[in-house]
Design a protein. Structure first.
Ligand SMILES: Nc1ncnc2c1ncn2[C@@H]1O[C@H](COP(=O)(O)OP(=O)(O)OP(=O)(O)O)[C@@H](O)[C@H]1O
Ligand SMILES: [Mg+2]
Length: 361
């Protein structure tokens, strides 16, 4: 699939910008704080209706304005599809396919992007929350229903937490919430495990290709895999830890507490991996995501590389650029072009950005 063009209005620091993306590789060059990440973020938003940086859509509106617009034409299986998103402060956002309003779920199933940013490189040093966010965003690109399930789960959890904060908790009502936590929670855990199993065969291979030195492996923190077993285990833990939940006035059992354990030669990679090894882990996971999408859908996602090349050494940079096949549309941001080998620069379109606007050299 290919995003042929992008148009932004009042999106962060981009007042009015139009980009022709009708080439397989695009590089956006600009100094710090000019709008490079904003553009990639808007493309990610155009595909997934969410930002990797914020859950508050108001932050995406240019300061002092009352709304934004993102528009693009996607070519998929030789057909053009117009995508557009319009948001006005205090109104629900509207997403359209070919000019017709549609549901978020339907909308999100059309365009697929994989974003790789310097933030991702911190995955191993991050918190379990960071790893859950990475996992859930990756899953949502393949299973669009995952987002809805998560928001349903979080809504129930908020209601349950509110109940736990009451001075005299109605335990019957708590049990009702717990049953809902079991149903939605078990589905989330099941999907996360299924995705990680699917990702694993690609990721381990990618790691071995980049570095044959050690063996990479990972697993989800919740060990049960069958949906009934997951539900039973959740029920057991919710019952066992009910006194603790009542005492702490918060919900402590469920997928919002889980993590992904990452190992190098069977040792905890979050504790022992060197900088280079951490980068190889993340790079392997990202490349595996692309492979998995190709396997599932038969086409490559759009790859967004935000500033990552500067952070990778020569070996990893070359591996990354070589493993992006020619048919994968790739949009890269960087502070300068010196980072790229001449052979890579031959077939790319380069844009320069300054203060949210495209400028000539
Ligand atoms: N809602 C908004 N309205 C106006 N400007 C905004 C808004 N949100 C962010 N900005 C500004 O956009 C500018 C560019 O941000 P962006 O993150 O895209 O920079 P960048 O080019 O990626 O820089 P870096 O190389 O440092 O990553 C920043 O100065 C930021 O303050
Ligand atoms: Mg940036």
């Amino acid at each position: 699939m290919k995003l042929k063009n992008l148009k932004l209005n009042n999106y962060r620091n981009c007042k009015d910008i139009e980009l022709d993306l009708n080439h397989n590789k695009t590089i956006i060059i600009g100094k710090n704080a000019q709008g490079k990440t904003n553009i990639l973020e808007s493309i990610y938003y155009l595909s997934s209706l969410k930002s990797p940086r914020t859950t508050n859509v108001r932050e995406l509106v240019m300061f002092g304005e009352d709304g934004f617009k993102i528009e693009g034409t996607l070519n998929k299986s030789d057909t053009d599809i117009d995508l557009d998103i319009e948001y006005n402060l205090n109104k629900p956002k509207i997403q359209k396919l070919n000019g017709l309003k549609t549901t978020p779920k339907n909308y999100k199933s059309v365009m697929t992007t994989v974003l790789f940013s310097t933030q991702d490189l911190l995955l191993l040093r991050g918190t379990p929350q960071d790893r859950r966010n990475w996992l859930d965003s990756a899953i949502a690109q393949i299973y669009p229903a995952h987002d809805e399930r998560l928001s349903k789960y979080n809504k129930i959890r908020t209601q349950k937490n509110n109940l736990l904060k009451e001075p005299d908790v109605n335990v019957d009502l708590l049990d009702v919430f717990n049953e809902q936590i079991i149903i939605t929670g078990a589905n989330i855990i099941f999907t996360r495990q299924k995705f990680l199993t699917e990702l694993k065969k690609h990721a381990i291979k990618k790691y071995a290709d980049i570095s044959g030195a050690e063996e990479f492996d990972f697993e989800y923190s919740f060990s049960h895999k069958d949906i009934d077993e997951i539900s039973n285990q959740l029920r057991l833990e919710l019952e066992e830890r009910k006194p603790e939940e009542l005492a702490r006035h918060q919900s402590v059992v469920g997928p919002h507490r889980d993590d992904v354990y990452l190992y190098l030669d069977k040792k905890d990679a979050t504790k022992f991996a060197s900088q280079g090894q951490q980068r190889t882990v993340v790079l392997s996971l990202k490349l595996a995501e692309i492979e998995l999408i190709k396997e599932k859908y038969g086409y490559a996602p759009i790859l967004l590389l935000d500033d990552v090349l500067a952070e990778l050494d020569d070996l990893r940079q070359t591996y990354l650029l070589q493993s992006i096949s020619d048919d994968t549309q790739t949009i890269i941001t960087s502070v300068d072009t010196l980072l790229f080998k001449d052979e890579f620069l031959r077939n790319v379109k380069i844009y320069k950005i300054k203060n949210g606007e495209i400028v000539e050299d």
